[in-house]
Design a protein around this ligand. Structure first.
Ligand SMILES: *[C@@H]1O[C@H](CO)[C@@H](O)[C@H](O)[C@H]1NC(C)=O
Length: 444
């Protein structure tokens, strides 16, 4: 049953998409609060800069990811969360380049940026964006829509174009339906038509000045695919007793695997073909352990998990799943200490040629994921019981990794930089077992 994975042609690899959108509104009343002296913290390394910055960039993004993940989980405790921390951070960083004083400082802290120098911030993102500029697997696109009649400041525009590989386009936001259409079409095109209707026309008005959009689209095949014939209905536990049968994928292969006793969890590392991208699944040992795991992840570095991975034969069970997630992130940003950008005290005076008071009026993020045989699997009731004995018997006895209960996962670049983060808390007891019968999901 777990014999060789057949290398069949992939018609349904797994996809991830996210779209991020930030709308800046013109303020009718000018900020009145006195702005205290700025006090930026120079926290970048000067020696061995590129390398150090890259490591630091990843480390900080991982922390930001966990922070966002926890806030989102608190707000939507029952849902299968999926979002792109990188996408969110990129888009907000573009706005940061035009921010001044406390508005800038708040974003530096809240986003966990590597520096408070705009050039260095832009460079840190450029390294990642440039890596995937021509990638077939992962596509990242940034765009700025500017209200008709307004021009971006030269220096701001230069950073966006050269470092964020972005471009600007003028739109008449007063014609909100038309403007929303243009933005949505752009996002749809950049996500292989999987993210539709990102923005509602009602978000736009004659007061809108800038809309920053980031779209990310991932479509990859596993290095070790799951044999579709080994996918069977198996229980996925929603709690200690209740389970539903879901299409469980099975594979036995050499994978990076780690036991994480301090997290009361195990981790599995599933690489994607022709890339330095992989999926890291963190599975609580207990069927109901996800909330505690999420709590512990807040104070755990992603690198502490990945450095414990070792290659071993693993019997993997992972459910096929699909999730679409949409969220307005104002609340999350505020919880992370970024409040000023939404207030009348926001200072985005570095954006427009003719500065005027602006604030962020909406942050919309939409993401989509599909994991299948060319992607994921879980099952088997007591998969992890052999764990403590593994060291002794590993040569003959493969480790079991059964994602048959809620877990969390990240799609990572070079095992450290989280491009997507998500969780699977519940699954439909759908007839999805047969790949051709999933009529309840609108496949595109
Ligand atoms: C915004 O910041 C700039 C640059 O520090 C400053 O000159 C300007 O007065 C600030 N605007 C407001 C409204 O505080």
């Amino acid at each position: 049953m777990y014999s060789k994975v057949k290398l069949t042609k992939m018609d349904k690899p797994w996809h991830l998409h996210a779209c991020w959108l930030l709308v800046l509104l013109h303020l009718t009343s000018l900020p009145t609060e006195a702005q205290p002296q700025s006090n930026p913290k120079p926290n970048h390394n000067n020696n061995n800069k590129n390398m150090a910055n890259e490591v630091e960039f990843s480390r900080r993004l991982a922390i930001f990811s966990i922070n966002v993940y926890n806030q989102v989980s608190l707000l939507k405790p029952q849902e299968n969360v999926v979002f792109s921390p990188f996408s969110i951070q990129t888009c907000a960083a573009m706005a940061r380049l035009g921010a001044k004083k406390e508005t800038a400082e708040e974003l530096d802290r809240g986003l966990g940026l590597v520096s408070s120098d705009t050039k260095e911030i832009a460079e840190s993102f450029h390294q990642v964006l440039a890596t995937y500029e021509k990638s077939e697997i992962l596509r990242i696109a940034n765009k700025i829509f500017v209200m008709k009649g307004y021009t971006l400041r030269e220096d701001f525009n230069k950073l966006l174009t050269e470092q964020f590989l972005s471009s600007a386009e003028n739109l008449d936001f007063a014609q909100n339906t038309q403007a929303a259409n243009t933005i949505n079409q752009w996002a749809e095109q950049k996500t292989n038509h999987l993210i539709k209707n990102l923005i509602d026309p009602s978000v736009l008005s004659a007061d809108s000045r800038l809309v920053l959009v980031n779209a990310i689209h991932f479509k990859g095949n596993w290095v070790h695919q799951f044999d579709a014939k080994a996918t069977h209905p198996e229980p996925f536990y929603l709690n200690d007793v209740d389970s539903i049968n879901v299409p469980m994928m099975n594979v036995k292969e050499n994978f990076g695997y780690a036991e994480l006793p301090e997290l009361d969890a195990t981790a599995l590392h599933l690489p994607y073909k022709d890339s330095d991208l992989s999926m890291l699944i963190i599975l609580p040992n207990s069927k109901t352990g996800l909330p505690q795991l999420e709590e512990k992840l807040r104070s755990t570095q992603l690198s502490e998990i990945t450095k414990k991975l070792y290659q071993t034969k693993v019997v993997v069970k992972l459910p096929k799943f699909k999730a679409e997630f949409e969220m307005e992130l104002t609340n999350v940003f505020q919880k992370l200490g970024m409040t000023r950008i939404f207030s009348d005290n926001a200072n985005f005076s570095g954006m427009l040629e003719s500065p005027e008071a602006m604030k962020v009026s909406a942050i919309i993020h939409k993401a989509f994921i599909e994991v299948n045989e060319q992607g994921t699997e879980a099952a088997a009731a007591t998969g992890l019981v052999a764990r403590t004995k593994r060291a002794i018997v590993s040569l003959t006895e493969p480790v079991k990794f059964s994602a048959d209960h809620p877990f969390t996962y990240a799609l990572v670049h070079q095992t450290k930089l989280p491009l997507f983060w998500g969780s699977v808390r519940q699954l439909d007891a759908s007839s999805d077992t047969c790949p051709t019968s999933s009529l309840d999901h609108d496949e595109l």
